[in-house]
Design a protein around this ligand. Structure first.
Ligand code: HEC
Length: 250
C-alpha cells in the first residue's frame, strides 16, 4: 500500500512537471487518481470556497454548487485513497443537503487544517444521508459564477480552447469534470431513458467527458510543450458536454 502525507500548501502548477506521470484510466469511470499536487490544488481551492460560502448568510442560495463541491471532494478522496477527506466531505455534503450550513462549515474548516494522507486502501464509497448529488446539483458548478454559486467552469473550458493562460482554472475544471463523469455514470436524465434518449449514448458522452478531462489534466503538466494538444483536447471535452446536452438537456 502506498501511503504518504500530503502538505496542505500547494505550489504553483509549475511543480507539476516534476511529478510522476499517472496513467489516466481511459476505458472506465472507476477510480481515477491524479497527481497529488493537482489533487491538493483542488482540495485547497474548494475548501476555501466552501468555508467562505458556508459562513455566509446567503449560503442557501448557492446550495447546489456547495453540495456538488462537497460531493466531488468525497469522490476525489475516494479515488486518491484519502479516508479522512472522503468521510468528512461526505458529512459535509449530507449537512449541506439538510441545510445545516453551520455543521458543514465546521467540517470544511477542520479539513482545511488537516494533514491528508493519500494512497490508503478504502472500502467502497457509500453516499450516506443526503450526501448523494442529483444531476442538477452535479452540473451546477459549470454555471457562470455569481451570487447563487456557480464556478464558471464551462467558460473556463471554452476559454481554454483559445488560450491556456489560466492554467489553474483549466486544470480545476478538468479535474472536477472527471469526477462529475463518475457521478453522471450512475444517474439518468429527467424522465429517464427511452426513445431517442438511450442509455448507451448517455454512457458514451460520460466516458468521453472523463477521458478528455483526464487527458487535459495530464497535458497540463507541461502546458507549454502541449499547448496545441491541450487546446484541441479542451475542444473535445467541450464537445462531449454539447453532445450530451443536445440529446438529454431540455
Ligand atoms: C451525460 C450527459 C451530460 C454530460 C456529459 C454533460 N452534461 Fe451538463 N447537463 C446534462 C443535463 C441532462 C443537464 C440538465 C440538468 C437538470 O437541470 O436537470 C445538464 C445541465 C448543465 C448545465 C446547467 C446547470 C444549471 O443548473 O443551469 C450546465 C452549465 C452544464 N450542464 C454544463 C456542462 C459541461 C460544461 C459539461 C462538460 C464538461 C457537461 N455539462 C457535460 C447532461 C450532461
Amino acid at each position: 500500500m502506498r501511503m504518504k502525507a500530503v502538505r496542505m500548501s500547494v505550489g504553483l502548477l509549475g511543480v507539476l512537471a516534476a511529478v510522476l506521470l499517472v496513467r489516466p484510466t481511459h476505458s472506465d469511470t472507476q477510480a481515477a487518481p491524479i497527481p497529488d499536487e493537482t489533487f491538493m490544488l483542488m482540495v485547497k481551492t474548494d475548501l476555501e470556497y466552501l468555508s467562505k460560502w458556508l459562513g455566509d448568510s446567503k449560503a442557501k442560495d448557492a446550495k447546489k454548487t456547495l453540495k456538488a463541491l462537497a460531493a466531488y471532494l468525497a469522490l476525489a478522496g475516494q479515488n486518491q485513497g484519502s479516508k479522512l477527506l472522503r468521510d468528512e466531505a461526505l458529512k459535509m455534503a449530507d449537512a449541506i443537503g439538510k441545510n445545516d450550513f453551520k455543521t458543514a462549515k465546521e467540517v470544511a474548516d477542520k479539513l482545511a487544517s488537516a494533514k491528508l494522507s493519500t494512497g490508503e486502501k478504502l472500502d467502497a464509497l457509500k453516499w450516506t444521508g443526503k450526501a448523494a448529488p442529483d444531476l442538477a446539483e452535479v452540473m451546477d458548478p459549470f454555471r457562470k459564477a455569481g451570487p447563487k454559486g456557480g464556478l464558471g467552469m464551462e467558460k473556463d473550458i471554452r476559454d481554454g480552447k483559445k488560450s491556456v493562460k489560466e492554467l489553474n482554472k483549466i486544470v480545476l475544471a478538468a479535474q472536477r469534470s472527471a469526477l462529475i463523469a463518475e457521478i453522471t455514470m450512475n444517474l439518468e436524465p429527467d424522465g429517464g431513458f427511452g426513445g431517442k434518449k438511450s442509455k448507451a449514448d448517455w454512457e458514451k458522452h460520460t466516458k468521453d467527458m472523463q477521458q478528455y478531462a483526464l487527458e487535459v489534466v495530464e497535458l497540463a503538466k507541461d502546458a507549454k510543450k502541449n499547448e496545441a494538444k491541450l487546446k484541441a483536447t479542451l475542444g473535445k471535452l467541450d464537445a462531449s458536454c454539447v453532445g450530451c446536452h443536445n440529446v438529454f438537456r431540455e
